[in-house]
Design a binder for this molecule. Structure first.
Ligand SMILES: NC(=O)c1ccc[n+]([C@@H]2O[C@H](COP(=O)([O-])OP(=O)(O)OC[C@H]3O[C@@H](n4cnc5c(N)ncnc54)[C@H](O)[C@@H]3O)[C@@H](O)[C@H]2O)c1
Length: 334
């Protein structure tokens, strides 16, 4: 389906579920961007979930978002249980604004929900020549190192830096071996997941997506990944006023209340300490890319390059919609 037609359909659906025109458009853009960068687990496969949460009154379609300015650089946002895309849009825009005025911006958000891809917001800051760090927590999926039970979310860690080219440096990674969205898509399509990424509920390795969802996802790099997940929970949950310590509700399965996810957006000017940042980042990337390559590798890529190239390639193509999602769209629009 053509991107523009799909976007109109998604906006129509969000409007039907009570979002304002502006919020419907912000949310549709974020979902379609996920499809274009190939992050299908965070795209249209989640549309029904957001609508279900609005219907069950655990996402507020008409939130009264409060932005409390603490200083010229700091704001604290209460998103009033808005859809996560809208809270994150306020967060990144406010953080960019602070950084442009004072050199640095930091925005903490509570009362939000799942906002999709951290990199989508990082890109907006990097386009304004800012360095950025973005954190969000998520529902339990990963067991803390040494624990028998999932508690941490796949808590993505996101860093962005301008490169002086059109392709931003964006490291945007879950702390789990693979992200939960990919497992959900595999479960819906009856596909296997790779070995070594999850255990079933009895603690046995599994490549069955449904068993993995009922079990435990494995963190990257053992206790190091577990530690990173923990710090993301502190940065996005403990300090913001959002839920933390495993209390973020699963958006698909738990309608007993709002998720109250927390996010943290940090942005700062890239030339705060060295005026010739552009020259230095060019030198940095060029030096790394010139290293001898191992067999089979054509180019040493920096994080974000692959997603940008996928986006460019997909932008002029029609978006492929699996039949299961076509059905969601049809049901939601009627
Ligand atoms: N909102 C949430 O609750 C939530 C939770 C988890 C993940 N997510 C999102 O899901 C998305 C996918 O996460 P993921 O962990 O599957 O990402 P991924 O494994 O696809 O990529 C991780 C990072 O590695 C980089 N990368 C990939 N291949 C590379 C290569 N060959 N050379 C250099 N760099 C390379 C990517 O550009 C990216 O920055 C992210 O955007 C994340 O924000 C959201």
């Amino acid at each position: 389906m053509k991107t523009i037609i799909l976007k109109k359909q998604v906006i129509k659906i969000f409007l039907k579920f009570g979002l304002s025109k502006e919020h419907a458009s912000i949310s549709a853009n974020a979902l379609i961007n996920a499809e274009l960068v190939g992050a299908y687990g965070h795209g249209l496969s989640r549309l029904k979930m957001y609508c279900d949460r609005i219907s069950k009154k655990v996402i507020n379609p008409k939130p009264k978002i409060k932005v409390k300015k603490i200083s010229q650089s700091l704001s604290h946002v209460d998103a009033n249980n808005s859809i996560g895309f809208v809270a994150a849009d306020v967060g990144i825009k406010t953080a960019i604004n602070h950084a442009q005025k004072t050199g640095i911006g930091m925005v903490a958000i509570k009362g939000s929900g799942h906002y999709g891809l951290s990199g989508y917001y990082a890109e907006q800051a990097v386009k304004k020549n800012l360095i950025t760090m973005i954190y969000t927590n998520a529902p339990p999926a990963v067991a803390p190192h040494g624990a028998l039970k999932s508690l941490f979310g796949t808590n993505p860690i996101c860093f962005g830096a301008p490169t002086g080219t059109k392709i931003p440096f964006i490291l945007d990674t879950s702390i789990s071996m693979i992200n939960r969205g990919k497992i959900r898509v595999a479960a819906r399509n009856n596909q296997k997941i790779p070995e070594g990424v999850a255990l079933d509920k009895f603690g046995k390795p599994t490549n069955d997506a449904k068993k993995a969802l009922a079990g435990v996802q494995l963190p990257i790099a053992g206790f190091r990944g577990s530690g990173l997940a923990w710090m993301v929970d502190i940065l996005s949950g403990v300090i913001t006023g959002g839920n933390h310590a495993g209390r973020v509700k699963d958006p698909f399965d738990d309608f007993s209340g709002p998720q109250n996810i927390g996010h943290l957006f940090i942005t700062f000017k890239s030339n705060l300490f060295q005026k010739n940042y552009k020259q230095r980042i060019h030198d940095n990337i060029r030096t790394i890319k010139k290293l001898p390559k191992i067999k089979g590798i054509k180019e040493i890529m920096y994080p974000g390059q692959n997603k940008f190239l996928r986006y460019k390639k997909n932008l002029n193509k029609e978006i492929y919609i699996p039949s299961i999602i076509k059905k969601d769209l049809k049901d939601l629009i009627s």
